[in-house]
Design a protein around this ligand. Structure first.
Ligand code: FES
Length: 141
């Protein structure tokens, strides 16, 4: 057996094992819904960020820090939710035009308060409180 034949057989063997597992839903990496996925939402949150510079200085901007995505809406108010998608943990992005959070990995969507509006995620993001004092935005549980 030459090298090409060896890899052809090994590759086929792996596919023969994995494809039925995916079809049967046995392999977790093939799952469409992993409700236990993602990192736990931060608890005991209480920190401040400067919104006079960076992405939060502009309406529609957002940033991720300390496991939380902080967004500035098109009308200038602030939102904060846990950043880790509850499907498999990818950090969500803020879509200013839709005023929602969207996961770039498999497309889950969450409302401005973190509620699931489109799967495959099934659990909400955690919403945090915000208060603005001058240019200092406090984010807290
Ligand atoms: S990680 Fe799959 S939708 Fe977010």
């Amino acid at each position: 057996m030459n090298r090409k034949e060896f890899f052809a057989r090994v590759g086929f063997g792996a596919a023969a094992v994995l494809v039925p597992a995916c079809i049967a839903g046995v392999a977790t990496s093939c799952s469409n819904d992993n409700s236990s996925g993602g990192n736990p939402a931060p608890t005991g949150v209480d920190f401040s960020v400067d919104v006079s510079t960076g992405t939060l200085a502009t309406n529609g901007g957002f940033m991720v820090t300390q496991g939380i995505v902080i967004a500035r809406t098109l009308t200038g108010s602030f939102l904060a939710v846990s950043a880790s998608c509850t499907h498999e943990g990818t950090n969500v992005n803020y879509s200013a035009s839709g005023n929602k959070f969207v996961c770039p990995n498999h497309g889950a969507q969450f409302s401005s308060t973190g509620a699931v509006t489109a799967g495959p995620a099934t659990r909400n993001l955690t919403e945090y409180k915000t208060t603005l004092n001058g240019n200092s935005l406090r984010v807290f549980s």
